[in-house]
Design a protein around this ligand. Structure first.
Ligand code: MG
Ligand code: ZN
Length: 223
């Protein structure tokens, strides 16, 4: 019975996600759903991305948080369209919440829409929001066995970002182990290493993003 309820819930979610997707298609947006544990560096990565792409790519941000608007406030200084979604008790963003943010964004003026999901490695992976790609951030201050503990997150993602690599000498995080575990869950997963706070390795992420955006435009042109 419980399984049935969950299935209905996800089906309803997927219908709304498909509606969001149509809106993104119409506006030519590349949409990235950014997920991680709390504190892994989602907002810091958004800040570096906003700095690096200012004047080159038009970004928009939807920031999901359980309570505060601190992350959205951090993004405001970059002069981007930012919408805060405060989820209350919900530990993930779903398609309906993202749909509710869309009227507050001029999507026709946005190239890449970055959605910062609620910090949580479990249910955000279950809810499609109409994105092109899910991206998971794992910081090296967490365990290298996380891909084994939260397999769905890694299976659903197109890219894994290993963040805070400057802290590697102070941890027992095994980089090869982490990558191996992640690829065991998802052989197609792209993996990048960087430190969002210092910007080290950020170019890899920026080229990944721009390449995906080009591919998105090409596929929309063909459609
Ligand atoms: Mg954040
Ligand atoms: Zn949840």
């Amino acid at each position: 019975m419980k399984i049935k309820v969950m299935t209905d819930l996800l089906e309803a979610n997927d219908r709304i996600a498909a509606d969001n997707r149509e809106i993104f298609d119409r506006n030519g947006n590349l949409v990235i759903n950014l997920m991680s544990s709390p504190g892994a560096g989602k907002t810091t990565l958004l800040e570096r991305t906003a700095e690096a792409l200012a004047g080159k790519v038009r970004l928009g941000v939807i920031a999901g948080d359980v309570e505060t608007s601190r992350d959205a406030e951090r993004m405001e200084k970059y002069n981007l369209p930012v919408v805060q979604l405060t989820t209350g008790t919900a530990c993930h963003l779903d398609a309906n919440m993202v749909a509710s943010a869309l009227p507050d964004l001029d999507l026709s003026q946005i190239d890449i829409l970055l959605i910062e999901n609620v910090g949580n490695l479990i249910c955000p992976a279950e809810f499609r929001v109409g994105e092109d790609h899910k991206v998971v951030i794992l910081s090296v201050t967490e365990g290298d066995d996380k891909p084994l503990k939260y397999p769905l997150m890694f299976k659903e993602s197109s890219l894994l970002i290993l963040n805070k690599i400057d802290l590697l000498p102070f941890t027992n995080f095994n980089m090869d182990e982490a990558k191996g575990n992640a690829h065991r869950m998802n052989p197609d997963l792209d993996i990048l290493e960087l430190t969002a706070t210092t910007g080290q390795g950020i170019e890899g992420w920026l080229s990944w993003l721009k390449e995906r955006w080009q591919r998105r435009l090409e596929s929309l042109r063909r459609a």
